[in-house]
Design a binder for this molecule. Structure first.
Ligand SMILES: Cc1cc2nc3c(=O)[nH]c(=O)nc-3n(C[C@H](O)[C@H](O)[C@H](O)COP(=O)(O)OP(=O)(O)OC[C@H]3O[C@@H](n4cnc5c(N)ncnc54)[C@H](O)[C@@H]3O)c2cc1C
Length: 295
């Protein structure tokens, strides 16, 4: 038997028909039927039990930097861990505990100020800690999973589970924690010096800025690399850089980025994704798979 969810609280905190395009880095997409920002784990549990009782589909929204939301929006409850209790960073010697709602940039800078190294490899990656764990965010210098010692989640029926690193399977841009909400992450970091960590961060950020269309409306890499091919190289070789559908364009700077030039719809981006996949399959017999999550 689980605790009965409280409809009064739910009514107070639920917001209806909230346009998600304001929140996604693509700046496209329709409305969430219901949007909610629980303040803490106890409120999160009430929301989840309500969703279970009412058979509402649950969507977890970090910072929307790797999501393409359909123009028709999403039917169900979109949960955003924006509450203050999901924004805490706490140092415990060489370990650091972070709430899932903390932005990666905040975490990376904070641990640098502690003189702890390991997370600087994530410099320049937008999003939240929760989203980064689910995506196993990273790049050529390393991934977030390299520094994780444990992850605490809440299941969709409100149970809290703490996983040590060895009990989680991380893969290239993903992990096996589906149907759970990351609420807290513990990192095991290395003793270093603030200036050394900041220098590495700056170098990685500069490299990223040279290669990627930072500062535009995009969602990072659209496709995963395959074991044999870099998606960007194939798209570039197929002369698709600069190819447009409506307001969406394949970045001239980085072929694996699609940019909303200002008036793109999600449908434009989806059409562009379809064209790229068909072209690459036809020309090189390679099936590209999306890295971004499509809602
Ligand atoms: C300019 C730019 C550059 C980027 N560069 C990189 C890069 O170098 N390397 C890289 O790996 N990525 C990169 N990305 C992609 C993106 O920033 C990362 O994947 C990031 O970790 C996503 O975090 P988010 O909070 O925005 O997640 P969202 O986009 O909000 O969500 C992504 C997925 O995670 C799930 N999710 C989010 N939070 C939680 C949670 N607390 N619990 C459970 N599930 C959750 C969502 O349901 C969704 O399925 C880039 C994106 C942009 C826009």
């Amino acid at each position: 038997m689980h605790m009965i969810s409280s409809p009064e609280i739910i009514n107070e905190i639920f917001r209806h028909d909230v346009l998600l395009q304001k929140y996604t880095s693509f700046r496209t997409g329709g409305a969430a039927e219901i949007f909610v920002e629980p303040v803490d784990t106890s409120e999160l549990k009430k929301v989840l039990l309500f969703c279970k009782d009412e058979q509402k589909k649950v969507f977890i929204f970090g910072k929307g930097t790797n999501i393409l939301v359909n123009d028709n929006g999403v039917k169900g409850v979109v949960i955003h861990l924006g509450g203050v209790n999901f924004q805490k960073i706490e140092r415990r010697d060489r370990n650091v505990l972070s709430g899932a709602g903390v932005t990666l940039s905040n975490l990376v800078r904070t641990v640098a100020s502690y003189g702890l190294g390991g997370l600087e490899v994530l410099a320049g990656i937008p999003g939240t800690v929760g989203g980064a764990v689910m995506m196993n965010a990273g790049g050529k210098y390393g991934e977030i999973s390299d520094s994780i010692s444990s992850v605490t989640t809440m299941t969709f029926d409100g149970r809290i589970i703490k996983y040590t690193r060895g009990n989680i399977e991380f893969a290239y841009r993903g992990c096996n924690l589906s149907n759970q909400i990351v609420i807290e992450v513990e990192f095991k970091l290395k003793e270093s010096k603030t200036e050394v960590v900041l220098e590495k961060m700056d170098a990685i950020y500069k490299e990223k800025k040279e290669m990627q269309p930072l500062g535009t409306f995009n969602a990072g890499s659209i496709f995963k690399n395959t074991p044999q091919h870099k998606a960007a190289e194939l798209i570039d070789k197929a002369n698709l850089k600069g190819f447009k559908v409506g307001g969406a364009i394949i970045s001239k700077k980085h072929a694996n980025f699609i940019v909303n030039t200002g008036n793109s719809t999600s449908a434009d981006i989806l059409e562009l994704i379809k064209i790229v996949k068909e072209t690459i399959k036809k020309k090189y017999n390679v099936s590209l798979e999306e890295e971004i999550h499509i809602w």
